[in-house]
Design a protein around this ligand. Structure first.
Ligand SMILES: C=CC1=C(C)c2cc3[nH]c(cc4nc(cc5[nH]c(cc1n2)c(C)c5CCC(=O)O)C(CCC(=O)O)=C4C)c(C)c3C=C
Ligand SMILES: [Fe+2]
Ligand SMILES: [Fe+2]
Length: 338
């Protein structure tokens, strides 16, 4: 058996033009695990409403963060892939759940190199229907249709692995060491509350009000909210943050349904109004910087904080291609391969 690994991230449009953004958002938002309503209603909402206005607005945001080499999320993921490949003897592939760098092409490239056993590696620390699950489900469909003899194993969400918490804590510590901050906000991408209830394997554990996430349950293996809160708790413990000097919030909501709360924008506003002058913000739902960190947090979030009287706003970069993070990925892949 020849082994290989396929890293999978979310994806980005091919370019920051409204046309390419529309194509990308159309694929992304028509995923039943992202907008989880019946197909006809989803098509009416996405094609009839969202795609009429959002692409222009999102393209303008993408234009602010786009690099000469392309989308930050893609470029950073490629750097991680290349650095891993330097250290590993088995092929390292890269694919995106949405957009041109498809999972099908990623699997094909590994098969072309003689691989018959794949470690599928969703690049998300926490499980969510809209991230990890949609990747594993689509990959299994592709395997059945196109690569029936391929053996595929998925790397699970790694939110509470002690070595991941160490790497994340070290990255935060080294970034804030010379910075002025008296509050640290842990901001995670939000999901609709409904997603959390759907992923509750016990069908009775999730209370959404937060009381459930600290009570041990087998539901937590698939509870995005619990997994985010755990990352905050473990990192805060590791960094020795004092109670009252940090909290968790959820960003990037879309539409009118209730999403996980508290919302990041309202939290930044509240902190500023309460007299917090200097804050740091970390975004541990993403391993690579992307639109949601570079624009929504580093630009919009900072502007909002200043509007409500804040001064220093320190945005902590994602793990990106930090050597310690790459070394950890290599270690996990080697543990699987050997
Ligand atoms: C409408 C529902 C959405 C859900 C549910 C959702 C979950 C989710 N997303 C990420 C990670 C990323 N999302 C990104 C962009 C983005 N997300 C949504 C919508 C949902 N995400 C939209 C419409 C967009 C596009 C941009 C916009 O119009 O605002 C990105 C950035 C991609 C990039 O190119 O840089 C990431 C990364 C997670 C982790 C998650 C659930 C946990
Ligand atoms: Fe998203
Ligand atoms: Fe919970």
């Amino acid at each position: 058996m020849k082994k290989g690994v396929l890293l999978v991230n979310l994806g980005s449009p091919d370019s920051p033009t409204p046309k390419d953004v529309k194509k990308y958002l159309g694929e992304f938002l028509m995923d039943e695990r992202v907008i989880d309503i019946p197909t006809i209603a989803r098509a009416a909402l996405v094609k009839g409403i969202i795609l009429k206005t959002r692409p222009k607005q999102s393209a303008a945001a993408y234009q602010k963060i786009w690099w000469d080499e392309g989308s930050p999320l893609i470029v950073i993921s490629e750097r991680v892939q290349a650095k891993m490949q330097e250290q590993l003897d088995i092929p390292v592939g890269l694919a995106m759940r949405y957009g041109s760098m498809t999972i099908k092409k990623g699997l094909q490239a590994l098969v072309d190199q003689g691989v018959d056993e794949v470690l599928l590696f969703p690049l998300y620390p926490q499980f969510a229907m809209a991230t990890t699950e949609t990747i594993t489900v689509l990959t299994e469909q592709l395997r059945q249709e196109h690569f029936p003899s391929l053996k595929i194993e998925s790397f699970p969400a790694f939110y509470n692995k002690p070595d991941y918490i160490d790497v994340l804590s070290n990255a935060i510590k080294s970034h804030v060491k010379d910075k002025n901050y008296d509050y640290m906000l842990f901001s995670y991408h939000g999901v609709p509350e409904r997603h959390i209830r759907k992923s509750d394997v016990t069908k009775s554990h999730c209370k959404i009000d937060g009381s459930c996430c600290a009570t041990p349950s087998k539901a937590h293996e698939f509870c995005y909210r619990h997994q985010c809160l755990e990352v905050t708790r473990l990192v805060a413990e590791k960094l020795g943050l004092k109670a009252g000097s940090f909290s968790t919030s959820f960003q990037s909501r879309l539409g009118f349904d209730p999403w996980l709360q508290p919302y990041t924008d309202r939290t930044i506003e509240r902190l500023g109004k309460q007299g917090i002058k200097n804050m740091a913000i970390v975004t541990p739902a993403f391993v690579s910087d992307c639109l949601e960190t570079l624009e929504e947090i580093a630009m919009e979030g900072q502007e909002l904080f200043h509007e409500v009287g804040g001064q220093d706003f320190t945005t902590i970069p994602c793990l990106n291609d930090d050597q310690e993070w790459v070394d950890l990925l290599v270690k996990w892949v080697n543990n699987w391969a050997n």
